[in-house]
Design a protein around this ligand. Structure first.
Ligand code: FES
Length: 202
């Protein structure tokens, strides 16, 4: 980096590591964006790979970072990159490629319904319309109370169980006719109202 670039970096509150063209951004002002517990969980994933292949844990690390924030703010992506010794842009490429990562804030419960053809032929389109009507939102939107975000998803490998909804990327709800969807929404809404209930993180 040039002297001018160094000065610009200092003014912006971040520094560049001497890692050549693929320098890792060190946003020291966001050093605590990942908790000690999150870093411990990431290290547990890193330990599954050879020492020189820490980056193999990038998807798990992003999922853990998302658990912390419900989405992936840029500072969290930078923190993952820093922890794994990767260029931030490479981590961004992973985060923006996979639909399970949230690149903007979501409601407490993200509902992803598969609308691919096999599911559509088994009622997913009708189910999606029911969810939209019941929640009063469209795909990619969040309810006014912040409880639900509705997303349209791709095949989840559960075509035989359609219609299927994935809750926060972690819990699959299957065979969703209107009564079952209503029961699911009522259950999750109640959980969102209960401060003692920890959400199924996404
Ligand atoms: S097409 Fe919907 S789960 Fe496979």
């Amino acid at each position: 980096m040039s002297a001018a670039g160094d000065e610009k970096a200092k003014q912006g509150g971040w520094t560049m590591t001497p890692a050549g063209d693929h320098a890792v951004v060190d946003r020291t002002m966001h050093a605590d964006v990942l908790s000690a517990d999150a870093l411990r969980r990431i290290d547990h994933e890193v330990a599954k790979y050879p020492p020189d292949q820490k980056q193999s844990a990038v998807m798990s690390a992003l999922a853990i970072a998302q658990d912390e924030h419900r989405w992936l703010p840029p500072e969290a992506i930078d923190a993952v990159a820093r922890h794994l010794g990767m260029p931030s842009v490479a981590v961004y490429e992973v985060a923006t490629f996979y639909a399970m990562y949230n690149m903007k804030p979501t409601g407490r419960f993200k509902l992803t319904i598969c609308t691919n053809l096999p599911c559509a032929l088994q009622g997913a389109t009708v189910a999606a319309e029911h969810l939209k009507r019941r929640l009063g939102i469209g795909f990619g939107e969040t309810t006014g109370d912040g409880k639900f975000t509705l997303k349209e998803g791709e095949c989840m490998g559960a075509c035989g169980d359609a219609p299927v909804v994935l809750v926060n990327n972690k819990r699959m709800a299957s065979y969703l006719n209107p009564p079952r969807m209503d029961a699911l929404l009522d259950e999750l809404s109640g959980a969102a109202d209960d401060p003692g209930v920890r959400s199924t993180r996404r």
